[in-house]
Ligand binder design. Structure first.
Ligand code: FAD
Length: 396
């Protein structure tokens, strides 16, 4: 049951074909063992990078794919439908490149971006701290200027790719001002004093390493600061708007994968002499799973198209993240129900999907924080905007 897609160009359709082929040939054979053994699949990211799939929304002049966000998100969805941990990793890597692409000087971009976008270097994003998740402005990690460098001291919690990444995009305090006292740095993994704790032992996404990073007097050249001093929080939050769409796309992919597994099982499994898909009570569950997933996809792509058109999309990104991740939680739970007792065993992947869905309601801003963003935008009252989309579309 392939997803019906409308993409803007033939090039985008070809990219989606390539993604499905790599997902089938390179990702699918590895996912079960890597998730069971809690092994981070570093080589998979090199494969995706070399295929041009790691830097899709960034400019071609720096080795990116020059693709609209709506195309990038559909590629991400196809990856996540096969392997959620890798989908999350691609999204986080993209987030780690965001500040450099938007705020870096030409010299910084020339020097760093091609390897970051080409997949030779894997990125991580360090905003959260042990006591500061939903409220990042409460962060305590400091960056103190010392001649031509800064010295970073503190702890960054929950770092996806912590201990595996080649560079860390780090938000750290350069003054006491709560929101305007934070700056953004790109820290190389081999900087002396940068140490990863042992990985967190998580409920799901076990193929994705998450670790606390310790900054014990880490010296960073001043030309690795992105933007001006004090611009770190706006850079981090702008990145999160785009990153939330990435997580929304991953959640849509996860839900799609769960729906497809549940449907295949429902056509095979018989009770009372017929396949269970022929029992209306069960078929309606599948219908709701399909409706919820299509809705989440539509919302995610709507927000992406606003972004592509250069229009405000922060509120829509929060709605997409909220709708898509709540849907993924519901659909993966219902997929376990469709498989009955077998769904509750580790012999089938649906119980893993359910464990993976839960964290999507938590990271990149919990779904309570998404409601905060949406309700604040409602209270302020936004302008209604109409934009004209380009005429060319291709089926993919
Ligand atoms: C697997 C995983 C990977 C992660 N990867 C990264 C990463 O790569 N980089 C990074 O920087 N961070 C990462 N995070 C951190 C993640 O973004 C935070 O866990 C998240 O923002 C929530 O912060 P917290 O855990 O401190 O919860 P808290 O902020 O302590 O929140 C606890 C509860 O209170 C609720 N709450 C808090 N404030 C409000 C409010 N104002 N109104 C209503 N409810 C509220 C929250 O919704 C939540 O339910 C990751 C987390 C996990 C679990």
């Amino acid at each position: 049951m392939p997803v019906q897609r409308l993409v803007p160009t033939q090039e985008a359709a070809d990219l989606l074909d390539l993604t499905r082929q790599i997902a089938r040939d390179e990702l699918a054979p590895k996912v079960v063992a890597a998730e069971a053994d809690e092994q981070f699949p570093r080589e998979v990211f090199r494969t995706l990078g070399r295929a041009g799939l790691l830097g899709l929304p960034y400019g071609e002049e720096f080795g990116g794919g020059g693709q609209p966000y709506e195309v990038y998100l559909q590629v991400l969805e196809e990856i996540a439908a096969v392997w959620a941990s890798v989908g999350v990793g691609v999204s986080v890597h993209g987030l780690s490149c965001f500040g450099l692409a938007t705020k870096g000087t030409d010299e910084q971009k020339q020097r760093l971006l091609p390897d970051m976008l080409g997949g030779e270097l894997l990125g991580a994003y360090c905003l959260s701290e042990p006591h500061a998740g939903s409220d990042p402005a409460a962060m305590r990690t400091t960056a103190v200027r010392d001649g031509d460098s800064y010295v970073l001291t503190g702890e960054k919690a929950w770092t996806t790719h912590g201990g595996q990444a080649d560079f860390y995009k780090v938000m750290a305090r350069t003054s006491d001002h709560r929101s305007r006292g934070i700056s953004c740095f790109l820290v190389p993994a081999d900087a002396p004093g940068l140490v990863a704790d042992p990985p967190e032992r998580k409920m799901g996404l076990t193929g994705s390493t998450t670790a606390l990073m310790r900054f014990e007097g880490v010296r960073v050249d001043a030309d690795r600061r992105l933007g001006e001093e004090g611009e770190g929080l706006p850079i981090a939050l702008a990145g999160l708007d785009a990153g939330r769409l990435g997580i929304a796309a991953v959640a849509v992919g996860l839900a799609q994968g769960a729906l497809e597994d549940a449907l295949a099982y429902a056509k095979e499994r018989e009770t009372f002499g017929v396949p269970i898909v022929e029992h209306q009570g069960l078929a309606f569950l599948l219908a709701d799973m399909a409706a919820g997933t299509e809705t989440a996809r539509a919302m995610t792509l709507h927000a992406a198209r606003l972004k592509d058109a250069g229009l405000p999309y922060s509120q829509q990104a929060s709605i997409a993240k909220l709708v898509a991740t709540d849907n993924a939680m519901k659909v993966t739970t219902d997929a376990v129900q469709v498989l009955g007792g077998y769904g509750y065993t580790r012999d089938f992947p649906v119980e893993r999907y359910m464990r993976e869905a839960k964290v999507m309601q938590i990271f990149e801003g919990t779904n309570q924080i998404q409601r905060l963003v949406i309700s604040r935008a409602l209270a302020k009252g936004g302008a209604v905007t109409t934009a004209v989309a380009p005429a060319e579309f291709a089926l993919a």
